[in-house]
Design a protein around this ligand. Sequence first.
Ligand SMILES: [Zn+2]
Length: 361
Amino acid sequence: MKTGQLLVFDGADQPLRLVQMEVPALKTGEILIKNTYTTLCGSDLHTYCGKRNEKTPTVLGHEIIGTVAEIADGHNHLDYNGEELKIGDRVTWAVFAADPQEEWLNKKMPQKSENLFKYGHARIEGDDVFHGGLGDFTILKAHTAVFKLPEELPTAIAATINCAVATVAGAMRLAGEVLDQTVLITGLGLLGNLTVAMCKAQGAKKIIAVDISEERLAQAKRFGATHTYLSLENAMVRENLSAHQIGAAFEMSGAPEAAELGVEMLAIGGIAVWIGAVFKTRKVEIDAEQVIRKVITIKGLHNYNFEDLQYALKFMTDYHTEFPFHEIISKEFPLTEATEAFEYALMHKPLRVGVYIDQLK
Ligand SMILES: [Zn+2]
């Protein structure tokens, strides 16, 4: 019988608890993954500090990669792209799993399926404990979309694919064609910088970044932003932005002011995509007459679908050397120091902090 260690999260303001548990026998269609690396996502940090409520006890961490350790009967030994899955293959996977449901698959929203299971978000129940990134193993439920990772993709970068990169891929899908367009991006965390990179790769003419931090705007320039504005100077920002013909406005910060700014600055026929506000904020105020007269579209997206994850992997495979993705991870910690990793992330607010997982012998 295999055992593995994992860090249990019991609630905000409580230290993570290191426990050792037996790895249960796999059920039909499941895959056992040896976790190798987890990046702490914004929602992990929100849960850790109590800004967001999760059922506890749980194991945090959903931006994970690992290697295939065992494949149970009932799995077809293929990844989502149809490639053969073997023991030892390095893989990423969708953050959610559910029995295939026609209704949600037809709507291209599998992330909204009934009885959805989400890695790094589920309550520990009985021996169902290995489902987060802050542990030695993840047991992938049947029907999890798994993707083999190309060898050349660096570990830390690969870990961000199944949350941040795939979510941005979904935002790009909703925005439609950005070739030769002017785009606005508010909020230059990891999602914002990935949007800058994808817009650049897809041939956007002007990429305008707006944030409240000079440092983040400087970073956005390194990712390919052509214009940057510090949003604290609000009146001037509005004046400057209105000179651009903005076709798409991506809102990644969660700030209602940023969502309002984006919609207001859109040109005729423009589209706003809202991703950032995954926590309670005040209601957004928009001018309905302007939305109508300028024929504006507003779309929201929570998580992503399988095609978005597929695109995210392809994008990072094709472009990982063309953008400064090495800047994503500012510091790495071993699993046993994950509490320090959270504290560091909350204090310094880097794009990501990495946690590497050493296996028990
Ligand atoms: Zn996430």
